[in-house]
Design a protein around this ligand. Structure first.
Ligand code: GDP
Length: 345
């Protein structure tokens, strides 16, 4: 039963040439490896599948650089047939001609198999590049890709993200990738907008706690610094709650949802997250508030101290928000169940 559920999870495929940074990305985002320790990682040697235990149930398939996925040992139908996104990693510090050729080839093949697949290009390792050079590189990669696609007469609209594991840009990029795969996104955004409007919140993020990917935010623009503060807050709270949490309790909690837990060691879970709440007041009169929404999700918001002072209002609005979120995903779960039953018939 679990297996059939997992088969319906949106799938993230990570591809790219050898040494482009695929394993590092996977380890940093999903296994909490500090970025500087990726220097000692062995490059991807084989197809690696990861079932990530978090709210967004996705799989990361890491293809070794030299292996062309259309090699007959791979079942292309299986690889590209599912709902999901293909992330192609390009090392921007290197000569990327070969990587582009590979990207174009893969997109054209994959599109024939599944025209619904989202194509996301990570222009990676941009930490060492100047701002000008970054933009030039992005423009160049974009242009050459669009040319190749129009030569092939395909109407694919890949998205391009500048990424690095040394800052939050890699998390930001994953957030965008995941958001595109969440059908309830507009509803979540509306809920966040009204929560912010009614409670005097300046910015709110709904985070997947394990990966620190945010799955939705309100309509106020995202600036990197705010995002960083909010995601750092999750780390702080997790570290503290780790100390207080009885060992092993979580291992049991995870059980059902993730048969594949053996492959991850990153499944830090908010214990009884429903009740988790924390606030940090910064010296400039700004308050950071974290509230657990469910086992996987937490709301992190920024507001001014005087608005936080109206705590009763905030608490009330938050409870309404939490209830609404539960309903949104309950509907989804039920329709997935129904789909499954229909497939069985
Ligand atoms: P893979 O073969 O695609 O899995 O590539 P790896 O993950 O093994 O990465 C190859 C090298 O790139 C490693 O030495 C990493 O430390 C380095 N690397 C990965 N991501 C970044 C990044 O964002 N910036 C920089 N400067 N180096 C990176």
């Amino acid at each position: 039963d679990d297996d059939s559920f997992q088969d319906h999870r949106p799938r993230l495929l990570i591809m790219g040439l050898r040494r482009s940074g695929k394993s590092s990305i996977r380890r940093v985002v999903f296994h909490k490896l500090p970025a500087n320790e990726t220097l000692y990682l062995r490059s991807t040697q084989r197809l690696e599948k990861d079932n990530i235990t978090s709210f967004v149930n996705f799989q990361v398939w890491d293809f070794p650089g030299q292996e062309f996925p259309f090699n007959p040992v791979f079942d292309v139908q299986e690889i590209f047939g599912e709902y999901g996104a293909l992330i192609f990693v390009i090392d921007a510090q290197d000569d990327y001609g070969e990587a582009l050729a590979r990207l174009h080839e893969i997109m054209i093949h994959a599109y024939r198999i599944n025209s619904e697949l989202a194509f996301e290009v990570f222009i990676h390792k941009v930490d060492a590049l100047s701002d000008d050079y970054k933009l030039d590189t992005q423009r160049n990669i974009h242009q050459r890709t669009m040319d190749a696609l129009s030569d092939a007469e395909l109407e694919i609209e890949p998205r391009f993200h500048l990424t690095s594991i040394y800052d939050h840009s890699i998390f930001e990029a994953f957030s965008k990738v995941i958001q595109k795969l969440i059908p309830q996104l507009p509803t979540l955004e509306n809920l966040l907008n009204s929560l912010c409007a009614t409670s005097g919140i300046d910015k709110a993020f709904l985070f997947d706690v394990n990966s620190k990917i945010y799955i939705a935010t309100d309509r106020a623009p995202v600036d990197m610094q705010t995002y960083e503060i909010c995601s750092d807050m999750i780390d702080v709270i997790m570290d503290v709650s780790e100390i207080y949490r009885p060992v092993n309790e979580d291992a049991q909690n995870i059980g059902g949802a993730a048969g594949a837990a053996e492959s991850t060691n990153s499944s830090v879970m908010m214990d009884r997250a429903d009740d988790t709440a924390a606030t940090i007041q910064l010296t400039n009169g700004v308050v950071l508030a974290l509230k657990g929404v469910n086992r996987f999700l937490a709301l992190v918001c920024i507001l001014r101290a005087e608005n936080y002072g109206k705590h009763g209002l905030l608490e009330y609005n938050f409870q309404c928000f939490k209830q609404a979120i539960a309903e949104v995903f309950e509907v989804k779960r039920m329709s997935t169940e129904r789909l499954k039953q229909e497939n069985l018939r």
